[in-house]
Write a protein of this length. Sequence first.
Length: 280
Amino acid sequence: MASSDPAALRARFRELHQSGCFVIPNPWDIGSARYLCHLGFPALATTSSGFAFTRGLPDGAGAVSRDLVLAHLAEISAAVDVPVNADFESGYARDAQDVAGNVRLCAAAGVAGLSIEDSTGDSAHPLYDLPVAVERLRAAHTALQGSGVLLTARAECFLTRHPDPLREAVRRLQAYADAGADVLYAPGLHDLDQIRTVVDAIRPKPVNVLISWDAGFTVADIAATGARRISVGSGLARAAWSGFLRAALALAETGSFTGFRDAEPFADLNAFFAADAKRR
């Protein structure tokens, strides 16, 4: 059965960050979350883009409302018996106190951790000025005091095409660590040397690494850099969409059913979900 004890899940999530390196994959709905648990992953993380696509919406720019995201977080957290980390984007607010209020709502949804990013959504000024970003992060940290929820701070320098993304990401992550972040994260690192640079600059706090493409290296390679956690962002959701698109395009354009050739058998999926439902 899914755990009804958020405190125990939060304690377990913190323990995972104490040593070694673990993969925290990103489901986009209850079915994908439960199958990832079946595969033995010790924790899960939501994906804002993966969820947005299920609603027929783009990621970012406020397309998905805070309340819709909170309902999704509560649904995923209640459906599994492992800790869930929330992709909480930029806190669904600009003002630090509004971020704090939203973070409390996120914690109330049952998550074991959440991430706050420093992107503004404004192409002309894509990152919050560092003092403002720190104030927002500190407000989130204060809001979570006593909850046990793990706070991850994201520096979006690579994704917003900062002219010197690695140097700026390190500067920001160090400031976020000082402001109370438990885990640090710079999505967009693309090689092992960059990962090592961030890990070394942030020690002893744990670093999350995003790998959502065929990077040419393995989990073991990333673990060797000292990173504690590996997420895949929209990677699994996009892989699922890729199979759907190939099959649908073949059907629409040529009338071919070849896209179903490698589809998972109905009986196998149905048997898994029947057994999973009975177990719960």
